[in-house]
Write a protein that binds this ligand. Structure first.
Ligand code: G1P
Length: 299
């Protein structure tokens, strides 16, 4: 049996960076090519062997529940039409593990979102995935991290090297290398200025956490932005447990920003068997003409 069974997806945020698209729909449901972004994360968890998915929702997030539920009407229409491919895809989505939903009633931060899952997770190690961080990899990022967890039996956070000018958007670690891609963390700081950042190793949205993190989350005071920060709880946990960082193999897209979302959409579309080739041709033809702004008079 997999040593990690449960995956927590914080999904209660307001999605203000994607307004007006997120005024009446959850940002987790924005389609990347033709799949809602949260589905990529749930599939990563399932492919990594986790079978219990816990989604932390809030107001206006019902579409997430409907998405992972069975839709009898849709299935019967597709069956009548004889559209077997779409039918099996729609069924596959509702078969993605057991999904539990819990509400975060107040927007008190990522750490608080994880804390509300305490009773559902119980006394076992678990994963946290931020679906904004999309990771394309041969071996799913979470699977890679579980292997590190199984060797060291301690919390593991995913890290990536980020240029200094963008480091202040992340939790940043102070750490020493232990072996290829693995670091032992000495300290962490949430969203430091570039001058204060202890390294260029930034935490990205994949964590494997020991259950003691809940004691830490219950103890830490609101930090950056007045929110309960997961980074601060990890810092507290460091006083009692060893924590490792793992530089994953794969490509991460920051789909939490419009530009990152667009880049991810283009690259995921290019990888698609059905439309990739044609879309690639389209982009190549488009490229020369896009050097001119629409206001530039033509020749
Ligand atoms: C959160 C965490 C931060 C981490 C980041 C990864 O920040 O607080 O430590 O580096 O996710 O995406 P957010 O992006 O929610 O502001």
């Amino acid at each position: 049996m997999n040593s990690i069974r449960k995956a927590v997806f914080p999904a209660a945020g307001m999605g203000t960076r994607f307004l007006p698209a997120t005024k009446a729909q959850p940002k987790e449901m924005l389609p990347l090519v033709d799949k809602p972004i949260i589905q990529y994360g749930v599939e990563e968890a399932v492919e990594s062997g986790l079978d219990q998915i816990i989604i932390v929702t809030g107001r206006g997030k019902r579409a997430i529940e409907d998405h992972f539920d069975i839709s009898f009407e849709l299935e019967s229409i597709l069956a009548k039409k004889g559209d077997e491919d779409t039918l099996s895809e729609v069924r596959r989505i509702s078969d993605l593990g057991t999904i539990y939903y819990i509400r975060q009633k107040e927007p008190l931060g990522l750490g608080h979102a994880v804390l509300v899952t305490r009773d559902l997770v119980g006394d076992e190690p678990f994963a946290v995935l931020l679906s904004d961080d999309l990771i394309y990899a041969d071996v799913p990022c979470l699977r890679q991290m579980i292997e590190v967890y199984e060797r060291y039996q301690c919390s593991v956070v995913a890290v990536e090297r980020i240029p200094r000018e963008r480091i202040s958007g992340y939790g940043v670690i102070d750490a020493r290398p232990i072996e290829d891609r693995i670091y032992r963390i000495d300290d962490l700081v949430e969203k430091p200025t570039p001058e204060k950042a202890p390294s260029d190793l930034a935490v990205v949205g994949r964590y494997i956490l020991t259950p003691e993190i809940f004691d830490a989350l219950a103890k830490v005071k609101p930090g950056k932005g007045g929110e309960i920060q997961l980074t601060d709880a990890l810092r507290w946990l460091l006083k009692h447990q060893v924590i490792y960082a793992y530089e994953f193999e794969g490509t991460r897209y920051d789909a939490g920003t419009t530009l990152g979302f667009l880049k991810a959409s283009v690259e995921y579309a290019l990888r698609r068997e059905d439309i990739g080739q044609e879309f690639g041709d389209y982009l190549r033809n488009l490229a020369p003409s896009t050097h001119q702004s629409p206001d530039t008079p033509g020749d």
